[in-house]
Design a protein around this ligand. Structure first.
Ligand code: PLP
Length: 392
């Protein structure tokens, strides 16, 4: 995986002896030969026509993701949300039914609760982790079973292989958002999933400087999604593709360090008097720990924790951290923290968050690649100061 992160997908796009993939900004591609132009335009010959359809830098990005996820094909998008919405729009028609879980990322949840119902698509959101219930709903019939595991922000785990078996019995497509796990820790296609989605903005890019999304799976399915995107236009920008491609070269190194840091910081937090609960699939008391151990190679760089005193404590604690960006992002080399009510689930009402089991005082922690002793010392000094300021 480390070798693929560095080398995969690039060779075909190198030009003039360059060792790095160029950023091709050209919007259109010219042809002197009218027959050749036609053959490329109708897809009989390889080549590029117009930037909304394809671009060499963007294709290099897609080819690297394809290699990392072990997929036949991949197609990319301007953002992770575009990847999700375009995938759903490709396969869902009025009158269809989709089954998912309550704990998907806030933006995805809004698609389920606000946008799909108005297209007369029936959405069933099940309690995450209640596998029997999800199976019952899938067996009633659905076009898509949509999963995210681990979830954002409470890192709940769903048994992918079990869900795939049930969904395929009723002819449903299984789509998994693999953003939190990354291809380093989890390969849903190898577990039978049909389509894997990433917000490339997060761990794949890893440097919080480019937006992007990607979907991979078999060629037949990906071709349909590509067609929807080439017409509807949520295309990845070549500069973003370049930044994401460069970021992916260090994916394995970064993610392994982030997993290690997350495990150590989460363990430290368990011993803190001000901490109510720590949610990390790597901890043995996490309800999804056993399944996570089976289907993941590492437990990921993301966890969340709730604090005594709720929002008040959060307001005092987070500004005191020296080594963390307080920002609505995750998966970067810098540790990034934020309350879920302001970040992943800002689109939801307090009642909706409560229904999803997201306390208002929940902090999402995306472990960076810093020296873990510094991260722990930073939290320690912040807690020591907060204890004096907040009455809990
Ligand atoms: N999926 C997950 C799990 C996410 O956390 C996010 C964003 O935080 C998205 C999808 C959406 O990605 P983007 O912000 O690139 O649209």
């Amino acid at each position: 995986m480390g070798t693929a992160s560095v080398w995969a997908g690039e060779k075909e796009y190198l030009a003039h002896g360059a060792t790095q993939v160029p950023v091709v900004h050209s919007v259109a591609y010219g042809y002197d030969d009218m027959d050749e132009w036609y053959e490329v335009a109708v897809g009989n010959k390889k080549g590029h026509i117009y930037g909304r359809n394809t671009n060499p830098t963007v294709q290099a990005f897609e080819d690297k993701v394809k290699a990392l996820e072990g997929a036949e094909a991949a197609t990319s998008f301007s953002t992770g949300m575009a990847a999700i919405s375009n995938t759903l729009a490709t396969f869902l028609f009025p009158g269809d039914r989709i089954v998912s879980i309550k704990d998907t990322y806030g933006g995805t949840n809004k698609i389920f609760t606000e946008f799909l119902p108005r297209l007369n698509i029936d959405v069933m959101l099940c309690e995450t982790g209640n596998h029997d219930f999800i199976e019952e709903e899938v067996e009633k019939g659905c076009r898509i079973l949509y999963l995210e595991t681990p979830t954002n922000p409470t890192v709940k785990i769903t048994d992918i292989e079990r869900m795939v078996k049930t969904a395929h019995r009723v002819g449903a497509l299984v789509v998994v958002d693999n953003t939190f796990a990354t291809p380093i820790n989890q390969n849903p296609l190898a577990l039978g999933v049909d389509l894997v989605i990433h917000s490339a903005t997060k761990f794949l890019g890893g440097h919080a400087d480019a937006l992007g999304g990607v979907v991979c799976g078999n060629s037949n399915l990906v071709e349909k999604i590509y067609h929807y995107r080439e017409i509807n236009g949520a295309t990845m920008d070549p500069m973003s593709a370049y930044l994401l491609l460069r970021g992916m070269k260090t994916l394995k190194l970064r993610v392994e360090k982030q997993c290690d840091n997350a495990m150590k910081v989460a363990t430290f937090l368990q011993s803190q008097a001000l901490v109510d609960d720590v949610f990390y699939p790597g901890l043995e008391n996490h309800p999804g720990h056993t399944i996570a151990k089976q289907q993941m190679k590492g437990f990921g760089g993301m966890f969340s924790f709730s604090v005594k005193g709720g929002v008040e404590t959060v307001k005092h604690l987070l500004p005191k951290l020296k080594y963390a960006n307080r920002a609505a992002n995750l998966g970067a080399v810098e540790t990034t923290v934020g309350p879920s009510r302001t970040t992943s689930h800002v689109e939801c009402t307090p009642e909706e968050r409560a229904a999803m089991g997201i306390p208002e005082g929940l902090i999402r922690y995306s472990a960076g690649i810093e020296d873990v002793e510094d991260l722990i010392a930073d939290l320690e000094q912040a807690f020591q100061a907060v204890v004096k300021e907040v009455k809990v």
